[in-house]
Design a protein around this ligand. Structure first.
Ligand code: HEC
Ligand code: HEC
Length: 356
């Protein structure tokens, strides 16, 4: 195995072994041990909106960001909004396997969820955007997604009085409130509100031993002892670091298309070939298909794939069912989203275009 990756796995594994040690050593009560081990590895989702860097979150900014998130007129075709591919009604992702964008073009990867994305170390399967603000600048311009230019976007926003008002309220100290940067900031602010607290697992981490069923506890124990939590840990049960997709065995080509080398495209370091961000597993039961290639539709099968290719271990049927039961305890309370009424277009609003 590659050296830097081996070291990282070693350190992460140590944490995990420590936790597993606590599980095995004490006779104080297996249930208490499991809870204290889990508390060392994972963190609950907070119930209040987290702060983001250099972008104070205000009510007006969130309201603007929400309108932008749902507005298809920000795409060249007038058909595609952020919500098209990150549907808030279907776990914050699309129906998969890969996102369909401008002129029915098929993207190369599955859309990750926007729920709790604010807690990931960086954005995208390969972590190429440092934060949500940087990320939001991408899709409007991407030719396979919304296919607009910053100029077209600003024209669109400036053409509608309600947007002019909303931007000035959201950015009251700016001489020119409608800018591409502020567009991205407003979206980031809205996305920071897309958190899903109070999952049974959060209640458990906060001390309620009855929040998980016996089967879910068995699954959690396996998840820690078998080493899943080496890579899937922290607040999002993943999303914190990068690992090879295929540690002990290379996934079949349909799961790992060979032309997508993952993090290598970002760092150009050979050891980063086929390395991806460990997927955040919050609400994972809500959004099949799985993996960046979106080819696995069953969570049980995804668990089986992971144990074989990441850990070199075969889980039996009961073990897989237990882990799936645990993963189901990661489904939190989704925020209630009222569909926004969007600003009305005017004569100067750019007309939809299906051009390439
Ligand atoms: C055509 C479909 C499509 C549209 C439209 C789209 N996205 Fe995405 N989005 C994706 C795909 C696919 C990825 C993953 C790409 C990758 O990893 O290379 C992604 C990644 C993301 C991520 C990263 C999440 C994570 O956990 O890494 C965020 C956040 C996001 N999009 C927000 C937005 C916002 C905001 C908009 C609107 C401005 C938007 N997206 C429009 C398909 C889309
Ligand atoms: C060596 C690190 C590592 C280990 C160990 C590991 N995973 Fe993963 N996991 C990843 C990475 C990286 C991905 C993203 C793969 C990709 O590019 O699609 C992932 C993806 C997943 C997914 C798909 C999520 C989604 O949204 O598509 C599930 C489910 C999952 N892992 C569960 C598990 C379970 C259960 C175990 C233990 C049996 C485990 N993982 C062990 C690194 C790991």
């Amino acid at each position: 195995m590659r050296k830097s990756v081996a070291r990282k796995l070693y350190i992460a594994a140590k944490l995990c072994v420590m936790a597993a040690g606590i599980l095995a050593s004490s006779t104080a009560g297996a249930d208490d041990d499991l809870m204290s081990a889990a508390r060392q590895i994972f963190k609950p989702i907070p119930s209040i909106v987290p702060a983001v860097k250099d972008n104070p979150i205000t009510h007006d900014k969130v309201a603007l960001g929400k309108a932008l998130f749902f507005d298809p007129r920000l795409s060249a075709s007038g058909v595609i909004s952020c919500n098209t591919c990150h549907n808030l009604g279907t776990g914050g992702a699309d129906a998969g396997p890969r996102s369909v964008g401008h002129r029915w073009q098929l993207g190369s990867r599955r859309a990750p969820t926007v729920y709790n994305a604010v807690f990931n170390v960086a954005q995208f399967w390969d972590g190429r955007a440092a934060d949500l603000k940087t990320q939001a600048a991408g899709p409007v311009q991407a030719s396979t997604e919304m296919n607009a230019t910053p100029a077209r976007l600003l024209n669109t926003l400036n053409s509608m009085t309600d947007y002019i008002v909303m931007f000035s309220k959201a950015f009251p100290n700016d001489a020119t409130p409608i800018t591409f940067d502020n567009f991205a900031k407003a979206i980031e602010a809205f996305e920071a509100t897309l958190i899903t607290p109070a999952a049974p697992f959060d209640q458990y981490l906060e001390g309620d031993a009855y929040a998980l069923s016996a089967q879910q506890k068995a699954g959690l124990k396996l998840f820690i002892e078998r080493g899943c939590s080496t890579c899937h840990n922290g607040i999002n049960v993943g999303g914190q670091d990068y690992f090879p997709f295929g540690v002990t065995e290379r996934p079949i080509t349909s799961l790992l298309p060979r032309d997508d080398k993952g993090r290598f495209a970002v760092t150009k370091v050979p050891s980063d070939e086929y390395v991806f961000r460990s997927a955040p597993l919050r609400n994972v039961a809500l959004r099949p298909p799985y993996f960046h290639s979106g080819q696995v539709w069953s969570l049980k099968q995804a668990v089986g794939v992971m144990s074989e290719i990441q850990l070199g271990a075969k889980l039996n049927d009961t073990e897989k069912d237990d882990i799936v039961a645990f993963l189901n305890s990661l489904t939190g309370q989704l925020p209630r989203i009222d569909y926004p009424i969007l600003p009305v277009r005017t004569d100067t609003t750019p007309k939809p275009s299906m051009d390439k």
